[in-house]
Design a protein around this ligand. Sequence first.
Ligand code: NOJ
Ligand code: CA
Length: 517
Amino acid sequence: MPAHPWWQTAVVAQLYPRSFADSNGDGIGDLEGIRRHLDHLEWLGVDAIWLSPFFRSPMADFGYDVADFCDVDPLFGTLADFDALVADAHQRGIKVLIDWVPNHTSDQHEWFVGSRSSRQNPKRDWYIWRDPAPGGGPPNNWIAAFVETSAWTLDETTGQYYLHLFLPEQPDLNWRNPEVVEAMHDTLRFWLDRGVDGFRMDVIHGIVKRADLADVDGGLAQMVDDRRYDPPEVHARLREIRALLDNYPGDRVSVGEVYILSTAKVATYYGDGDELHLAFNFPPLYAPWEAAKWRTRIERVQQELDPLGAWPTWVLSNHDNPRHRTRYGSEARARAAAVLLLTLRGTAFVYQGEELGLEDAVVPPDRVVDPGGRDGCRGPIPWTAAAPHGWHGDETWLPFPPDAATRSAETMVADPSSITHLYRRLLAYRRRSPALQLGELRLLDGPEGVLAYERSTPNERVMVLVNFMPSSVTVDAVSGDSWRAARIAISSAGRREGDAFDGTLAPDEAVILEPDA
Ligand code: NOJ
Ligand code: CA
């Protein structure tokens, strides 16, 4: 097998610290809680964890509003807890990625406190300040995410507006100022020196705004509107960040949250192998449960990433979107989707709890806390069957997902037929299959409603069939080849593993087939 960096073959578990596990009984997850549950992740077989923000923060955006990039919020613990977590994870062979939020800070960050204090403050230019429009009002028509009002907030003291693509509590940094670039590089060095293996980089494609700050038609709120950014400048900043990472020993990785719904555009942020190592590709996350739609998404990756040598990524769920179990509407589909996620060519990201088949929590109006409407997918992980499911407080910060007792890690791990065991089998299979880890992917033609592809290296060949139909199908041949002699290595429904494939797929069933030796 050719030498390759660890992250190419990795399965990364995204952990949302507030909701993963609580060690001190305040109803909010923390770093020590994560450390105490590394057993589960090791048992599952993940290669790495990515921690959503745990930095000092007033929590207007639950940690994506950072008040100090180089410290742990007391709610989550201490730097010593972080060091202990990294040491323990590394000892188990699990890499640790953290979330880096370079586009903005909290309005409580000392940089912004200085910046807003006067027009003469040395930090004034670290953020994006503008005079009101000639007739008064915000300098342009840009809209902030979540609040969907102007992306500019007037600061009464100094009479100027500051830009925030997200909440008013999240002022955007001015990446055209070299001092900001240097200060943010220092935050990377701080964590690299502490031993992190890489970063997930928040809204990385948007860190430099277009120089004219001109109106855009419609003033669209969505982060997908990339007309507000200055791509050449972003690429230049990314090359510097890449050089910084590459200067460290070991393969430190960058995974960009390039929130643009065009795979071709996402591809440009890999640069010429000198920008991001990996970038999230979100169109599959938004794909409905339809074979044809998935086929198109895969073709896009083949056409738009592969020729550039840009290594793909796959993700079905995260802390910003309804869980795929909820979106697809059944456990059978969530299981089949797991087979898809873990057999496509690229680095895979698993969001905490998807291996338990969790649905979104149902959050009553009086418990809604997120201004962006994303509470459902952030429900706490139920660890034990008995309430309070391994948590201690009277009330967790958000309600548990439905069926917390029967979906608890304890219950699922004890049941070999559970979706949790399916994930574990898939991860183990992937780990010992060069074809799944690094092999070519060739789309095949199967019956209507069935997605079929082959993964291969010169020495190994496996085929994946995913039945997206609510009915059983019979697969006589795929691209003219009969796979009747093949063996079922893994079935999402857990049926007939090890047996010869008889050509039938249950509704919403996915299988990995191996040629019969
Ligand atoms: C993307 C993150 O995933 C999301 O949770 C956050 O609210 C925004 N970026 C702003 O940081
Ligand atoms: Ca806690």
